[in-house]
Design a binder for this molecule. Structure first.
Ligand SMILES: *Cc1c(COP(=O)(O)O)cnc(C)c1O
Length: 377
């Protein structure tokens, strides 16, 4: 059965009413059996597991074709769990434009546990090889990256990692399993902020780690989930399962609108540059074509001709594109990245990051047309 059908039909939360839509189980505790020792329902306490979370984890593992999925209360909680598998003295490689908060987490929390890292431009696999140190244990990939949509060749990176015994983690939040399946390219762990495309409606927070294999590392991550306690609520799990029923349909439109808007913006004199891996002008377009499928997702960035003030003015003139952070929802968003990342950010001051929603594409283009007209007036 195709994954899009399974996401609609496979529900493993049973209910005696024969409800078509699975129920939400809010109970934090589950009754013991007659002998007083076992748990006939299969559940003990909601931090360890819950029927809605269990069903969600099965779906997410299936979507990435992994062995097991471990859900968290946010993408950063999932990131935190991966970093907690490292030992003091370990070193990791991260991309130069990694999701900004991951770097802050390394600097503000994990530096205190003697975890060090090197920042690498991962558009070239040789740079990865050259940065490996004797104590390097983990390779962190984000492709397309945030906010400049750089592409890393996952297969090439995996080969280098295998030679050097590095665990490969791929943040697949932006391309989603609709456009990319890093586990099939040899990565060990895929990470998602389910807050974004998987949730898809900007109304829930969540994160997940999907492991290629069941092994001591995946067991450790499961332990960190259960004992660290950053677990998603039953309601968030239920809501995310509901969102997944429309995932394929939404992504089809995000990809189509993303490419259409990127192509249109590339032809405008008000825009200096468009970063979108689906454009043939993108420096790593051929790698994107090789490792992505069904499209290139709905994220793009533009350099506005001018400075920070011009970029902020354009964002403020748009009506449909809300000037707000985050991404992956049905509604289009635009954001001035440098001002959210702070003074240490290397993001250009005239860069706007766009999350293209699933509105009608002509309405989205008209919104930019009227904004450009207002700027000229
Ligand atoms: C949003 C995001 C995260 C962090 O996820 P939260 O759910 O906000 O904690 C990590 N990586 C990427 C690529 C993201 O876009």
């Amino acid at each position: 059965m195709h994954i899009s059908t399974k996401l609609i039909h496979l529900h493993n939360v049973s209910h005696e009413s024969a409800a078509v839509i699975p129920p939400m189980i809010l109970s934090t505790t589950f009754e013991r059996g007659e002998n007083g020792l076992d748990y006939p329902g299969g559940y003990l306490y909601a931090r360890y597991d819950n029927p809605n979370r269990h069903s969600l984890e099965e779906k997410l593992a299936d979507m990435e074709q992994g062995s097991t999925a471990i859900c968290f209360s946010s993408g950063l909680a999932a990131t935190n769990a991966v970093l907690q598998t490292l030992q003091p003295g370990d070193h990791l490689l991260i991309p130069d434009d990694i999701y900004f908060a991951v770097r802050s987490l390394l600097d503000q929390v994990f530096a205190g546990f003697q975890i060090t890292y090197t920042v690498v431009d991962m558009t070239n696999a040789t740079n990865i090889e050259n940065a490996i140190l004797p104590h390097t244990k983990l390779l962190w990939i984000e492709t397309p990256s945030n906010p400049s949509l750089k592409i890393t060749d996952i297969s090439a990176a995996v080969k280098i990692a295998a030679k050097n015994n590095l665990v490969v983690v791929v943040d697949n939040t932006w391309p989603t399993p609709y456009c990319s399946n890093p586990l099939l390219l040899g990565a060990d762990i895929v990470l998602h902020s389910t807050t974004k495309y998987l949730g898809g409606h900007s109304d829930l927070m969540g994160g997940v780690l999907i492991c290629k294999e069941m092994n001591p590392r995946s067991e450790k991550l499961r332990t960190i989930q259960k004992l660290g306690g950053a677990v998603p609520s039953a309601f968030d799990c239920w809501l995310l399962c509901r969102s997944l029923t429309t995932f394929t349909a939404r992504m089809e439109i995000h990809c189509r609108n993303g490419l259409a808007l990127a192509s249109w913006l590339e032809g405008r004199q008000e825009i200096d540059k468009v970063y979108y891996p689906g454009l043939s002008s993108h420096p790593q377009h051929s790698i994107a074509v090789k490792q992505m499928h069904n499209g290139f997702s709905g994220m793009l960035s533009v350099l506005v001709k001018g400075n920070q003030e011009t970029a902020l003015r354009l964002a403020s003139k748009l009506k449909l594109f809300k000037h707000a952070t985050s991404l992956g929802g049905v509604e289009s968003l635009i954001e001035h990245r440098k001002s959210v990342e702070g003074p240490s950010s290397a993001t250009p001051e005239n860069l706007l990051r766009i999350s293209v929603g699933i509105e009608n594409i002509n309405d989205l283009i008209h919104d930019f047309e009227q904004a450009f007209e207002q700027m000229h007036a």
